[in-house]
Design a binder for this molecule. Structure first.
Ligand code: WTA
Length: 630
């Protein structure tokens, strides 16, 4: 029995024959196109950009690179919303459903491309009426609802830079992001519902802006049953939208104009605003939705990510819309009211392409197959995973119990900084459990040592990308130095912190982060951010945070805390510290464990050696400690 499982985990999985006919790229296409994309990137991307996107005026040059700065489709004018909306309507898709929305109460809403287009135009005009202009930033803090998509697209329509902040962050975390981006407009909604309980987002926003100067305008999308009285600086989302004309000419954006910022965690205590630009980002999300998810004209596509993360930006909003797909969005928890919920939705809406995280898969694995077996999942063709390494056992469970041995799994490696998929085996190629697979077009990915030298197969090293790709981050908001670091830590390559190994076939396996960034349930959390939240508690002198392997979440957070002099350790204090982190950052960063200690391992220069703390905690060899202070 055990042998049989081992064999399955180490097997190479050929794509099932029933899928082959539906693919945009057939067997053999990858090798040819990949080679072209690397050897002649300008011709390759120039062609794709011309064929796949609408240009108001065509670019003059495909790329320009002055390390570490790069530009793509130089001189081109376009608008991503034109590619996501107008052109589909012009091509006869006015009445095609763009989004299907459902929630924990099984309510349902649908919006067609025609309706979405008009709503976006109305709301864009509404934003203009409030004085929002090209280049202004707008912060969006909303639940998974169609209004959020309208808000995002309306910004893009008029060239305002959106900064979407995940609804689960604390008021403090939201405040920092509003201030850093210098947004004068914040868009929110009254509440979201999770596990049957209302979470009041509007109050989070209220708290966040409390001591920010009052010229901030807040747009609120009220929900069923709300009768909210507005203050002077507050505007009703729907009224604003309805009072405006349904025609709004797109702002013709330069290819390189900023499209959005999205804050993400790094090794410092402060989140960084990753900046993406219009054309390259449009192209990468479009082309990967096409070639990796292979969304066909009649398919229903469901990406379970929240729009507050990059996965939501790229594969709930821009990529699939640019392709003209029908997209499902679901508000609420994955296993509420019961663990059959997601599979019931797949069954009901006949979902064809499904994209989720290893954390979710492991959670369902734990609930047992009785919750999946009772549903008809035969519509599924392609299953995706993202956010953290998928262990082969979870891969196999996904393949057998959700895919029922006749779906392809695409394990997609990418980052907030990369904008779209970078490494993932195309559906026409053999899949290997636990390995993300082969680099996408234009991506020259290598596993190297600190000096940037390529390592032999099956050796663990740093994952780098040799050259800029179309949707590479263009900057860090207000922090060009931080941006330059990405391209200077290892040779002249792009390095954003992952460890990996490449096998003899060139398949890449991602092993996790090389730096002090944790991946908890697929969400990036910087140890420094958590530590600074803990230290903000009045009784704490110092703190160090590590990630521990966790059966479902991938990693869980453990904090080592030194208390101030004369403070007595207690369980109550642990609870207070956890509360402090929740207040500063939000519930997703709250440590699972806190241990009070007398000292922390530090280097002579005073840097905490989290590596040593971690090895000790896990009972592993401690490694080189020659730089330790004591
Ligand atoms: C991790 C999410 C293994 C990785 C799109 C990366 C993965 C970080 C995978 C980026 C994958 C993402 N296999 N690890 N398929 N996809 N990661 O910015 O550590 O939230 O650096 O973007 O997630 O997280 P981010």
């Amino acid at each position: 029995m055990e042998n049989e499982i081992l064999l399955k985990l180490n097997k190479v999985y050929e794509p099932p024959t029933n899928i082959l006919d539906t693919l945009f790229l057939k067997k053999g296409d990858y090798e040819k196109l990949y080679k072209e994309s690397i050897e002649n990137p300008e011709a390759f991307w120039g062609n794709i950009a011309e064929n796949e996107l609408f240009w108001f005026s065509k670019f003059e040059k495909v790329m320009e690179w002055n390390h570490p700065k790069y530009q793509w489709f130089v001189g081109g004018k376009m608008n991503i919303t034109y590619n996501c909306l107008d052109r589909h309507i012009k091509n006869g898709k006015r009445n095609k459903v763009a989004y299907i929305y459902t929630n924990e109460d099984n309510q349902e809403a649908k919006i067609t491309y025609g309706e979405l287009f008009e709503s976006v135009c109305r709301f864009a005009n509404g934003l203009k009426s409030l004085g929002v202009k090209k280049g202004d930033t707008v912060t969006i803090n909303m639940p998974m609802m169609i209004e959020q998509i309208i808000a995002v697209l309306a910004c893009a329509r008029i060239g305002a830079i959106h900064s979407v902040v995940f609804g689960g962050f604390s008021p403090q975390a939201l405040k920092i992001r509003i201030q850093d981006a210098n947004s004068k407009v914040v868009i929110t909604s009254s509440w979201t519902k999770r596990r049957g309980k209302k979470i009041f987002l509007k109050s989070i926003v209220d708290e966040a802006v409390e001591d920010i100067p009052k010229d901030i305008k807040i747009i609120v999308a009220q929900r069923e049953g709300d009768f909210y009285e507005y203050l002077e600086n507050e505007i009703d989302f729907h009224k604003l939208m309805e009072s405006q004309s349904p025609v709004c000419e797109p702002e013709w954006m330069d290819s390189e104009d900023p499209l959005f910022i999205l804050y993400t965690s790094g090794t410092t205590g402060k989140p960084k605003g990753v900046l993406h630009s219009c054309a390259g980002y449009n192209l990468q999300t479009h082309i990967t939705s096409k070639y990796i998810f292979n969304i066909n004209e009649d398919d229903i596509f469901w990406c379970t990510a929240d729009i507050g993360w990059i996965t939501g930006h790229s594969y709930v909003v821009y990529g699939p819309l640019s392709l003209g797909a029908t997209i499902l969005i679901v508000e609420g928890a994955p296993d509420y009211p019961d663990p059959g919920r997601w599979w019931k939705i797949v069954d009901k809406y006949r979902v064809n392409v499904f994209y989720t995280s290893p954390t979710a898969i492991r959670m369902f694995m734990k609930h047992g197959v009785s919750w999946t077996q009772k549903f008809d999942l035969s519509s599924l063709k392609i299953l995706g995973t993202v956010g953290e390494p998928i262990n082969p056992e979870a891969w196999l469970w996904y393949y057998e119990n959700i895919g029922r041995n006749r779906c392809v799994i695409v394990d997609t490696w990418w980052q907030t900084e990369t904008g779209g998929h970078m490494i993932s085996t195309l559906p026409s190629l053999p899949q290997k459990p636990g390995k993300a697979g082969l680099p996408f077009f234009g991506v020259k990915a290598e596993v190297v040592n600190k000096k940037g030298e390529i390592l032999p197969p099956n050796t663990v090293g740093f994952l780098i990308i040799e050259k800029p790709w179309v949707s590479a981050l263009r900057n860090c908001w207000g922090d060009e130095e931080r941006f330059k670091q990405y391209w200077s830590e290892i040779g002249n390559f792009y390095f954003a912190g992952d460890l990996a190994a490449k096998d003899e076939d060139g398949y890449i396996m991602i092993l996790g982060r090389a730096d002090d960034v944790l991946s908890v349930s697929g969400h990036r959390i910087g140890t420094a951010e958590v530590e600074s939240a803990i230290v903000s508690h009045k009784s704490v002198a110092e703190a160090a945070v590590i990630g521990k392997p966790h059966e479902i979440k991938g990693e869980s957070i453990k904090a080592f805390v030194i208390l101030k002099k004369d403070i007595e350790p207690s369980e109550d204090l642990k609870r207070e510290i956890k509360f402090q982190v929740r207040k500063e950052l939000g519930s997703l960063a709250v440590p699972d464990e806190i241990e009070f200690v007398e000292t922390l391992y530090k280097t002579r220069s005073g840097k905490i050696m989290r590596r040593v703390l971690k090895a000790r905690e896990l009972g592993q060899p401690i490694g080189d400690i020659s730089t330790l202070e004591d």
